[in-house]
Design a protein around this ligand. Structure first.
Ligand code: ZN
Length: 205
């Protein structure tokens, strides 16, 4: 993994580097690789619990495909239901377009890239390079000779960094329509809402 939701800040920050990127695509893509972990525990116990979905070949194929389907069909109703974000805006943001597909792929790719230094084994180049031949640099640096100690410390470091970034994202957006900003990547300015809660575009006469 580490803890999957902690990948959120990477997707959010990435979305701010280029306005054409789709935040929903980046976010869904950034959690997709970890759905293989419980599946591996259940169906293939005893072998690597990170494998195809944490490999580059998996990122560019099955992860991207799954992320596109989930972004298009599951993200809008779930985010609308749970966080009350306008469904029409979500549906518009989750249309299947070339940039949405690229965003899904980048989200999954960044998940794998963030995992690499933090993990004791990495199937990045699987099936050509065995996972145990790529040991995370942070794991080695903090391990003092023990992979387990290194992994625990790397995990803690990752959680702290991503947790702080997550809080910063919340603080920076606290005066905006928070859930829109968090799940759409943009929000309707509060200044444009009158006391009845109706939104008015600044272009309106
Ligand atoms: Zn992972």
């Amino acid at each position: 993994m580490p803890f999957t939701p902690l990948h959120y800040p990477a997707g959010y920050i990435l979305s701010k580097t280029d306005k054409r990127l789709s935040l929903p695509g980046l976010l869904v893509g950034s959690v997709i690789p970890d759905i293989e972990v419980p599946l591996m525990w259940i169906f293939f116990p005893g072998i690597w619990d990170h494998l195809l979905f944490h490999s580059l070949i998996g990122v560019f194929t099955v992860c991207t495909l799954l992320a596109v389907v989930i972004t298009r069909f599951i993200y809008p109703p779930v985010i609308s239901l749970v966080f009350g974000v306008d469904h029409a805006k979500l549906a518009e943001a989750c249309r299947v377009t070339p940039t949405m597909i690229v965003s899904c792929m980048l989200g999954a790719l960044f998940h794998v890239l963030v995992d690499i230094p933090m993990h004791p084994f990495n199937p990045t180049l699987w099936p050509w390079v065995p996972p145990n031949e790529i040991i995370g640099s942070v794991v080695l640096f903090f391990g003092e000779g023990s992979i387990l100690v290194g992994f625990t410390r790397a995990n803690t470091l990752f959680s702290v960094i991503m947790g702080v970034l997550g809080v910063l994202i919340l603080v920076v957006n606290i005066n905006k329509n928070l859930w829109e900003e968090i799940w759409l990547g943009y929000s309707t300015p509060r200044d444009n809402q009158d006391l009845t809660g109706t939104n008015h575009s600044s272009n309106e006469i």
